[in-house]
Design a protein around this ligand. Structure first.
Ligand code: F0G
Length: 373
């Protein structure tokens, strides 16, 4: 039914979802019911200001994944994972989440007509994401634990009949997420020289690398990018090479101390000649605010870590193994922006952001404008 619906939508000139767009590279067959919200095909926005900060003729692009149907990159993987779960006869999907996976799982479950339960660290989820899980109709379970413990519980549930786990430990999630790399190569005509992205559970890094390697193998790209990942300094297990028992960062989406795809992501950084680095919460919030006010792109804090990272690479404090100096002049650089800023408005509505109060007359407004000129 989903497939029929998408066919008629695309016949009407509407966009298509990632399974329809990249069907030949995905593990689906004619028997797979396609559960789609027409995710993917997100814009690759040129960033002239970041390009001039990097210099040497380099061009920086922003892969704005916040424009997916539930506002994050998770939808790419969820369309495949939920389609395969329904094909296999599951009637319940479950996931652990720092927020975005739960929003996406809940939406695709609603679309397919099966049930969804999400296990969340209580009190640690941005309100927009929590609202999404509720409104899409999921069973929302808040646990007095962190994300890593929620994920362990979900692993325990995976043996129950009828239940499908849709975290990125489900390989179909990564299959769907690799389509972002395909889109970037298709848009640029080749792979970028450098790809920067935030790292939490490390599934996305693994998926991008898989996509780039696959396209390179098919000669759709002449090179592979160096992968450069950024963890929040207080939640940086891959960077420090040890499990972090109590990860802490205000970028709640990447507050993870024991990533599921740790080894695969580490291999991606090594094989690509890239690196894993850290950014502080201060750097993350400065980058979030800079990106919104200089390029008009509002992302959630975790997503801003790729921008914070690029700025750090351009500064004096870059790490010694920073791959930026070794990319050629006129190189292309892509930063993935994983989630929409409206998911977590509390993170920007702090004391700095209070409306200027003014009398409701033109002169009063003009005097405010004069002061701001
Ligand atoms: N950015 C955002 C906005 C995220 O929600 C996540 C992960 C990441 C980056 C990191 O991606 O885990 O593939 O390395 N969010 C998961 C969730 C953990 O539950 O929504 P990753």
């Amino acid at each position: 039914m989903g497939s029929l619906m998408n066919d008629s939508l695309s016949a009407m000139g509407a966009s298509i979802g990632v399974i329809e767009r990249y069907r030949e590279y995905l593990p689906v067959s004619d028997r797979t019911p396609i559960i789609s919200l027409l995710e993917g095909s997100t814009p690759l926005i040129p960033s002239p200001r970041l390009s001039s900060i990097v210099g040497r003729g380099c061009r920086v692009y922003l892969k704005y994944e916040g424009l997916n149907p539930t506002g994050s990159f998770k939808d790419r993987g969820m369309t495949v994972a939920v389609s395969k779960a329904v094909e296999a006869g599951a009637n319940f999907i479950v996931c652990a989440s720092t927020g975005n996976t739960s929003a996406s799982a809940a939406a695709y479950a609603a679309r397919s007509g099966i049930r969804c339960a999400v296990l969340l660290p209580a009190g640690k989820i941005a309100m927009g994401k929590l609202a999404q899980a509720f409104v899409y109709g999921a069973v929302v379970i808040g646990l007095e634990s962190n994300f890593d413990q929620c994920l362990q519980l979900v692993r325990d549930l995976s043996t129950e009949p009828g239940i499908a786990v849709v975290n990125s430990i489900n390989p179909y999630r990564l299959e769907g997420q690799k389509t972002a790399a395909f889109e970037i190569v298709d848009a640029l005509g080749d792979a970028p020289h450098l790809h920067l992205l935030p790292v939490g559970n490390a599934g996305n890094t693994t998926a991008y690398w898989k996509g780039y390697v696959q396209y390179y193998g098919l000669k759709r790209a002449t090179r592979l990018p160096r992968m450069l990942g950024f963890q929040a300094a207080g939640a940086a297990p891959i960077y420090y090479d040890r499990v972090i028992e109590h990860p802490e960062t205000a970028a709640s989406a990447i507050r993870i101390g024991n990533p599921a795809s740790w080894q695969q992501a580490k291999r991606a950084f090594q094989e690509s000649g890239g690196a894993i680095e850290i950014v502080s919460d201060e750097e993350i919030f400065a980058a979030q605010s800079w990106l919104a006010s200089h390029e008009g792109v509002f992302v959630e804090p975790a997503s801003a870590s790729s921008i914070a990272g690029l700025m750090k690479c351009c500064s004096q404090t870059a790490c010694t193994q920073c791959p930026l100096p070794s990319i050629p002049d006129n190189a292309t650089i892509v930063c993935t922006l994983t989630g929409h800023g409206l998911k977590d408005v509390a993170s920007v509505l702090n004391d700095r952001v209070k409306p200027v109060s003014a009398r409701p007359d033109k002169a009063a407004i003009m005097s405010v404008l004069e002061r701001a000129r």
